[in-house]
Every structure is written in structure tokens, then in C-alpha cells.
Design a protein around this ligand. Structure first.
Ligand code: COA
Length: 388
């Protein structure tokens, strides 16, 4: 395996983007990433694109071909691969592209992530999100993704004394961070009261504990590290990549308050990187629901199991806290266009490590970690990156 670096990033704004189609979004993010990297289109060996459910959201499958075509690469006959693992599709596309360069098969690849969720009505979006659960054992009986995370939140409150307010504080922090991010769907700070008094989604989670339904795309250019300096003076090296799975339905798990996919993916990534959680300076985690961020900081080893709620209350995860989490605003405020999310998280880490995150810059960030979850934790990707 050889070293691989990220040499270019591109993002669209996230939100309800009525005036942009799926193909517009991925072409915009991809062209920004290519421009940022300084490569020419002819140097690209392959495209990898994460998209969870284009078939249901816009009636379009064959996404690999669509992306190659809409990005202007169809006539160059570049291989284009669509990758799917629910809302971890972006993180998995990144890992597949990383492997292809690390193996020596490719020198330069572009990773994309894209989803266009707002062309369907809310109930259809909720149904589509539930396809990331077990259809036969969960969704068929009426389980929604919010309902599943709500069960986990209730058990966490019961077992570890996590409070309703601590969950809400995750949303308050992430909205405050999102207000500083020009790409974020929500740029308005919110109060604890806003979260607690919002319409109930699934007890104990209100609408303000949930990430929104979003459109958006993100892209990255990866290059063999030994060639990266030819294109940029700020390459960001991938030093750890981990992936793990868990049972698809919750009932197969020993403890629903532990996402073992996160624990195992993190173990794999930390081992490859040769670091411990305390060495990480900045983190983007999968807070599709506020309880998701609390589970993540526990399962990634930043705090002990059961202490995530207290850590949020004690402001350990804020900008100037011990371990800043989701400076981008997270999925909660930046938005969560499923397939784009894992790629956008890595783009945020790259901005932080380059020192280009502007008002949300974490001081002296040298090592960053991105954590992307599929559904209710049956898939997890963890990536660790370092400024070269
Ligand atoms: N957080 C903050 N504000 C939100 C929001 C959210 N999650 N969802 C909607 N809003 C805002 C909208 O911007 C809108 O504001 P405006 O009136 O100022 O324009 C207002 O609330 C009403 O929006 P609407 O689209 O009618 O809300 P909704 O009731 O249809 O949808 C949810 C709310 C929570 C059901 C929806 O956001 C949702 O399904 N979220 C979960 C997404 C999810 O599970 N993703 C995958 C996770 S793995």
C-alpha cells in the first residue's frame, strides 16, 4: 500500500435547492474539486460516487454513468463507480477510491457524493430513509429512522442518566457552528428552548434533534502522496481508514447504546494511523440525530461510555473545548444530503487541516477524524487525516 493524499475539495451549498438538479449539483462540486486540485481532467483515472437512493428520490439509477456524463467525462470513457451503503455511501466511496490509489491501480481519482432529497414529499422521504433499516423486521412494522434513534436515546437516558437537555445541547452547539459555515443549510443559532419546544418527532426527539432533508453534493480529488506536491503545497494525507458493520436490525445487538460498527471501524483506523483518540484535534461525526453525536464521541473513545451527555453539557466538544466536534455544524445544521455527507465531512476536515476554515477554524489542527454512519449503525466508516 502506498500513501494517498487529498489534493482538492469542492462543495455545493446544502439546503432545499429547487433551482438545481442532481446532475447540476454533482457537476458543480466535482468541477470545484478539480479546479482546487490543479489537475487537468485528462489525468483522472476513475470516479467513485456515493449516493444512497437516487432511484427513489429522483427516479434515477445508473448514477455512475450519469455522473461521468454530467461531469463531461463520458467521452473520455473513465470508469465511474456508484457506491451505496445508506447514508454512509459517501464515506464508503472515499474508502474505495483510497484503496484504488493506495494499491497502485490508479494515480488520481475523484470522489463524489450527492443526493437530491427535496423533490419528494416528506412522507416519501421518511419512507426512503427507513430503507436503511431492516425492511422485514423493522420498517414493515412501522419503524422509522427517527423512531429507531429515539429508542436508543430513551435507553441511553435510562441506563446512563443522559438528560433531555443534554441531547438538546448537541443541536444548540451545532447550529451555533453552522451559523459560521457558508455551505450550511441552517445559518441561525437556536436556543435550548427552541429544541425542547419544537414539534415532537419521536419521543424524546423533537424536530430540532433531527438533521433536515437536504439537497447537496461534495467532491474530493485523491492522488498518490508521492505525486501530490506537484499539484498543491497543502496535501492532506489519509493516515487511517476503518470500516465495520453490525446487525441491520437493532434487536440483534447486545447493547443498543453502543454502535459496535463505530468501535471496530475506529479501532482499525487508529491502528493504521498509529494514534490514540487523544491525538485527534478536530472531529466531524454523524449526528443525524442528537443522540448520534453522543454515541459517536463515546464509541470513538473520546469519552467513556455513558459520559457523552455530560461531555456536551461541560462544553468539551465546542470550538475551544478539549475535543471540538462538528465545527461545520454537523449533519444537524450543515444539512444531510445522504450520499454527500461522508464526502462533505472529509472536505471539512481538509479545510480545517489546511487552515482554511475561516471563522470556524480550530487552532493548530494537525490531525482530523471523520465518522460516517449508515442507517442506525449497521455500517460505519472512520477516516483519519493529517496535514503533510
Ligand atoms: N432542523 C431544523 N429546522 C428544520 C428541520 C430540522 N431538522 N426540518 C425542517 N426545518 C425547518 C424548515 O427549514 C422550515 O423552516 P421555515 O418555515 O423557516 O422555512 C420548517 O422547519 C418546516 O419545514 P418542513 O419541511 O415543513 O418540516 P417537516 O416537518 O416536513 O420536516 C422533519 C421535519 C424533522 C420530519 C425532517 O427534517 C426530517 O425528516 N428529518 C430527518 C431526516 C433524516 O432522518 N435524515 C437521515 C438521518 S440518517
Amino acid at each position: 500500500m502506498r500513501d494517498v493524499a487529498v489534493i482538492g475539495i469542492g462543495l455545493t451549498k446544502f439546503g432545499e435547492l429547487w433551482d438545481k438538479s442532481f446532475r447540476n449539483l454533482i457537476a458543480e462540486a466535482g468541477s470545484k474539486a478539480i479546479l482546487d486540485s490543479g489537475i487537468s481532467g485528462k489525468e483522472i483515472d476513475a470516479l467513485y460516487v456515493g449516493s444512497m437512493s437516487a432511484g427513489r428520490f429522483i427516479g434515477q439509477e445508473h448514477v455512475g454513468a450519469l455522473v461521468a456524463d454530467s461531469s463531461g467525462f463520458a467521452h473520455m470513457h473513465i470508469p465511474s463507480i456508484r457506491v451505496e451503503s445508506a447514508d454512509a455511501s459517501g464515506g464508503l466511496a472515499f474508502r474505495q477510491g483510497y484503496f484504488s490509489v493506495a494499491s497502485g491501480m490508479n494515480d488520481i481519482v475523484v470522489i463524489g457524493g450527492v443526493e437530491k432529497m427535496t423533490d419528494v414529499i416528506g412522507a416519501e422521504a421518511t419512507d426512503t430513509l427507513a430503507t436503511s433499516l431492516d425492511q422485514e423486521w423493522e420498517a414493515f412494522f412501522g419503524s422509522t429512522l427517527a423512531g429507531t434513534y429515539a429508542m436508543i436515546a430513551t435507553k441511553h437516558m435510562h441506563d446512563y442518566g443522559t438528560t433531555r437537555e443534554q441531547l438538546a445541547q448537541v443541536a444548540v452547539k451545532n447550529h451555533a457552528n453552522g451559523a459560521l459555515n457558508p455551505y450550511a443549510q441552517f445559518k441561525r443559532p437556536i436556543s435550548l428552548e427552541n429544541v425542547l419546544k419544537a414539534p415532537m418527532e419521536a419521543y424524546p426527539l423533537t424536530m430540532m434533534d433531527c438533521s433536515p432533508v437536504s439537497d447537496g453534493a461534495a467532491a474530493l480529488v485523491l492522488c498518490a502522496a508521492e505525486k501530490a506536491k506537484k499539484y498543491t503545497d497543502k496535501p492532506i494525507k489519509i493516515i487511517g481508514s476503518g470500516q465495520a458493520s453490525d446487525t441491520l436490525p437493532l434487536h440483534g445487538r447486545k447493547n443498543i447504546c453502543i454502535f459496535e460498527s463505530t468501535v471496530y471501524a475506529a479501532k482499525m483506523a487508529y491502528k493504521q494511523a498509529g494514534i490514540k483518540p487523544k491525538d485527534v484535534d478536530v472531529v466531524e461525526v454523524h449526528d443525524s440525530y442528537t443522540i448520534g453525536e453522543i454515541l459517536a464521541i463515546e464509541d470513538l473513545g473520546f469519552v467513556k461510555k455513558g459520559e457523552g451527555g455530560k461531555a456536551v453539557e461541560n462544553k468539551i466538544t465546542t470550538f475551544d473545548g478539549e475535543i471540538p466536534v462538528n465545527p461545520s455544524g454537523g449533519l444537524k445544521a450543515k444539512g444531510h444530503p445522504l450520499g454527500a455527507t461522508g464526502v462533505a465531512q472529509i472536505a471539512e476536515i481538509v479545510m480545517q487541516l489546511r487552515g482554511e476554515a475561516d471563522k470556524r477554524q480550530i487552532k493548530n489542527a494537525k490531525i482530523g477524524l471523520a465518522h460516517n454512519v449508515g442507517g442506525a449503525g449497521a455500517t460505519c466508516l472512520v477516516h483519519i487525516l493529517e496535514a503533510m
